[in-house]
Design a binder for this molecule. Structure first.
Ligand code: CP
Ligand code: NVA
Length: 308
């Protein structure tokens, strides 16, 4: 059966751990797995801009022995002149993997429904699961085993990162607290799914409006941009709404003394995080960015193996 990775809960808790362990191994031994040797190709589509995702997939596919075919916004027929399902059928005859950054999550579901090779969500409006694997790898490196750890995500709890932290961290058996203003809370069905997963893994899910309550005693403090790609028209309103959720040294002071700070990047030091935090000793954002390569190489290797 072809396995896809569209949402964080497409991996079971045991499978997520397998991928994270492989990611740690590939960080130590970058060329230990060569599932794309040939080279075989991977299609990597972008409907939105990117730095980390573009370079980590291009480098990662090459390190697995393969050939990344990067498609920038507007360069393919996909979604404009040709249906997603026809594209999925054609690409499945030509490449071994399809990686797609897009707007509507339903497009990825349609691609996966018609592809006979693994489809990977490299960010949709609703989820960014590859980023969560890199975050979990980073937290494991600093804090050890994940079950029982507490993470606080503050800011736009209704965006792709907010949703993926709920599902991905609950899968890891962590206690995930998210805090955002009224009107920017996560989707109810995703909260319900994460809560169900947490009940199985021993984790927990808490949705709050108070950023201090979310951060209190946490092992990891996380935020993301207040204005995601596609929301540029709402910038003024969002900046006004999210002011109380800025991660400052004072807010970090409510977490554990040895808490780490994560941010998927790109970051805005004038908005969601103070320079003293993101550029300070608790920040692990550069390891987090690097881990995109290792985590995605592990994911691609795992999906290809499971889909045989
Ligand atoms: N974090 C992340 O996905 O960054 P890019 O948008 O630069 O790919
Ligand atoms: N929430 C952000 C994440 C960027 C990696 C966005 O979608 O723009």
């Amino acid at each position: 059966m072809t396995r896809h990775f569209l949402r964080d809960d497409d991996l079971t808790p045991a499978e997520q751990l397998e991928v994270l362990e492989l990611a740690a191994r590939l960080k130590r031994e970058p060329f230990a797995e060569r599932p794309l040797a040939g080279p075989r190709s991977a299609a990597v589509f972008f409907d939105k801009t990117s730095t980390r995702t573009r370079f980590s997939f291009a480098a990662g596919v090459a390190e697995l022995g393969g050939n990344p075919i990067i498609v920038n916004p507007g360069e393919a027929q996909l979604g404009v002149k040709e249906s997603i399902s026809d594209t999925a059928k054609v690409l499945s005859r030509m490449v071994d993997l399809i990686v797609w950054r897009t707007f509507a999550h339903s497009g990825l579901e349609e691609m996966a429904a018609h592809a006979t090779v693994p489809v990977i969500n490299s960010l949709s409006d609703d989820f960014h699961p590859c980023q969560i694997l890199a975050d979990l790898q980073t937290i494991r490196e600093r804090k050890g085993e994940l079950p029982g750890l507490t993470a606080a995500y503050v800011g736009d709890a209704a965006n792709n990162m907010g949703h993926s932290y709920l599902l991905g961290f609950a899968t890891a058996g962590m206690h995930i607290r998210v805090a955002g203003p009224e009107g920017y809370h996560p989707r109810a069905d995703i909260v319900a799914d994460a809560t169900r997963i947490a009940a199985e893994t021993g984790g927990s899910v808490t949705i709050l409006t108070d950023p201090v309550a979310a951060v209190r005693g946490a092992d990891a403090v996380i935020t993301d941009t207040w204005v995601s790609m596609g929301q540029e028209d709402e910038k003024a309103e969002r900046v006004a709404t999210f002011g109380a959720y800025r991660v400052t040294p004072e807010l970090m002071g409510h977490a554990q003394a040895d808490a780490i700070f994560l941010h998927c990047l790109p970051a805005y030091r004038e908005f969601e995080v103070a320079a003293e935090v993101i550029d300070g000793p608790q920040s692990v954002v550069w390891d987090e960015a690097e881990n995109r390569v290792h985590a995605q190489k592990a994911l691609m290797t795992w999906l290809l193996k499971e889909s045989k």
